[in-house]
Design a protein around this ligand. Structure first.
Ligand code: F6R
Length: 241
């Protein structure tokens, strides 16, 4: 586990973009796992900017996202489909069948979870997975108490996650209380993981990741066992270390 210490959100985002671009340049990535939320927004901005300066072919790239809310249409501004279109896909020359997110509106949600998990396996697994972390230590939407052996599945969002994500919705009541998420086992099978953390509200999760015992109260602690993990954390996120 390596930690790259940066001052602030801006530096975290630039560094992350550089790492992903370098891996693409070195042809280490065919399948890139993406996250949503506030943390990677800056990353996407620099990633798009830096990609423009490089002559990189993305024709063999597939992207897979960690999660999607259940019950929001793809066009809903709060869906993760919409988020990815807005922050990334509209700027890249990727075909529709190169970008993948779970379908939170599938008629058969259990079947959709199976399909998504199988898709990841069929792609040969994830080369590099980008992660944020919840202030309660969740990764993807695997909340405290989640099994470390879980695969893509339907989950209930923790009240603290609903509260944290309410900032994007008009009313907290509108935040879906269920999502489809890659499971912890799915995430752990990624060949490498790049975890980004910025801000004091992530300090406890980062402390637990660096110094806590591996335990399901802080799902992020399982990453201690990952053979190829890079954490980029800013000063505030490191404030309890
Ligand atoms: C998003 C995801 C979540 C977020 C986490 C942090 O796809 O899987 O685990 O990374 O909730 O969210 P932000 O970045 O908004 O603090």
């Amino acid at each position: 586990m390596d930690m790259i210490k940066v001052q602030n959100y801006h530096e975290m985002s630039m560094k992350a973009a550089q790492i992903v671009i370098d891996s693409l340049k070195n042809k280490q990535i065919n399948v890139l796992g993406f996250a949503t939320g506030g943390t990677p927004e800056g990353f996407y901005k620099y990633f798009v900017q830096n990609l423009k300066q490089e002559q990189l072919s993305l024709k063999d790239l597939h992207t897979v996202n960690l999660d999607e809310y259940i019950g929001l249409s793809e066009n809903n501004p709060n869906s993760y489909h919409h988020y990815m279109e807005k922050h990334l896909f509209q700027f890249l020359n990727l075909k529709k069948d190169q970008t993948h997110l779970p379908n939170g509106n599938a008629e058969n949600i259990t079947g959709e979870c199976k399909r998504y998990e199988q898709l990841i396996q069929d792609l040969g697994g994830i080369n590099l997975q980008l992660l944020g972390v919840g202030s309660n230590g969740h990764i993807g939407f695997n909340e405290p108490g989640s099994s470390f052996h879980g695969r893509t599945q339907v989950v209930d969002l923790a009240p603290s996650t609903i509260e944290a994500n309410a900032r994007y919705f008009t009313d907290e009541k509108d935040v879906p209380n269920k999502a489809i998420t890659m499971g912890i086992q799915t995430i752990m099978e990624s060949k490498s993981i790049l975890l980004l953390a910025s801000g004091a509200e992530k300090a406890e999760a980062i402390y637990q990741l660096m110094h806590g015992a591996v335990n399901d109260k802080f799902p992020v602690t399982i990453l201690q066992k990952h053979p190829s993990l890079i954490i980029i954390a800013d000063q505030e996120a490191r404030s309890l270390l």
